[in-house]
Write a protein that binds this ligand. Structure first.
Ligand SMILES: [Zn+2]
Ligand SMILES: [Zn+2]
Length: 281
């Protein structure tokens, strides 16, 4: 069974590869179909689709939307979205400005913590990408304040860390509604990260399903075999489709490869068709 990868990032969000380079790498890795799922951005899609046509890798237009569920940040993947829908553009512009509003605040806190960096420096470093915490982390590494991106998050940037500033996020129902409105199929990303919830995971699944969630990202780079089995049975119980992806980011998560994750990931191609069928409903 050929492999596919339904969760990847490019320079349109916090990935390090251009859409073209990512598609070429996917081709080399034997990935038959690839979903581009940048955070709150569809800017990488046209280039990826063009590269897909050249290389023969099927490109699924996707997105990963951050939202808030009972004070916990969840990520909802949207597949087969209509990237040109004006409702999508409008919502994304709003999300991005709310994210950008907090970056100067994070920099200000870092300066109070004696890390000498400026917002202009971070914007220059990010180039055409939306400025995000990974860019700030890389500058902190470069300037020697921390040894690694992971340390930058642990000490300063992670939720609850010294320089953390929250942002306004859409609710889980709004995120799913947006994906559905633009013809997409909504899937809960990396369910293992939702384990910080206070209530049972089952409640979350029921609630998201009532809003129109279609699938659960059961096969994921950092899931153990036991976790994969657990999410597979939860998906079955709730009538959710099983999907999977690596969450490839390139240099910021160098151990995760497109298509194979930490090495053992295998998302079989036959998971794609049921997902695609929902995009026509
Ligand atoms: Zn995510
Ligand atoms: Zn992701």
């Amino acid at each position: 069974m050929p492999r596919i990868d339904l969760h990847t990032h490019t320079t349109a969000s916090d990935g390090s590869l251009s859409p073209t380079d990512l598609v070429q790498l996917a081709k080399q890795q034997g990935v038959a179909a690839l979903a581009i799922t940048d955070h709150d951005s569809v800017q990488g899609l046209p280039e990826a689709i063009a590269a897909g046509a050249l290389t023969g890798v099927a490109i699924i237009p996707g997105i990963e939307i951050s939202c808030l569920y009972e004070e916990i940040e969840l990520h909802i993947l949207g597949y087969f979205i209509n990237q040109d829908d004006p409702r999508l553009k409008e919502a994304l512009t709003h999300y991005v400005s709310s994210r950008e509003d907090r970056n100067p605040k994070i920099i200000e806190r870092l300066r109070q913590l004696d890390c000498d960096l400026s917002y202009d420096e971070v914007k220059d470093f990010a180039g055409s990408a939306t400025v995000g915490r990974p860019h700030i982390a890389q500058i902190l590494v470069r300037k020697g304040y921390v040894h690694s991106v992971a340390e930058a998050f642990d000490r300063y940037l992670a939720d609850g860390a010294a320089a953390y500033v929250g942002r306004v996020l859409p609710s889980e129902s709004d995120a799913i509604a947006l994906i559905r409105d633009v013809g997409g199929v909504a899937v809960l990303a990396h369910p293992i990260y939702a384990s910080r919830l206070n209530g049972p995971f089952h409640n979350l699944c029921s609630r998201l399903k009532s809003y129109g969630l279609i699938g659960l990202e059961t096969i994921y780079s950092s899931h153990t075999v036991q976790q994969t089995d657990r999410f597979r049975s939860i998906a079955r119980e709730h009538g959710l489709l099983i999907t999977g992806g690596s969450d490839f980011h390139g240099a910021s998560k160098p151990d995760i490869l497109v298509g194979t994750g930490f090495g053992g990931l295998h998302v079989p191609a036959d998971l794609l068709e049921p997902l695609q069928e929902f995009s026509f409903r």
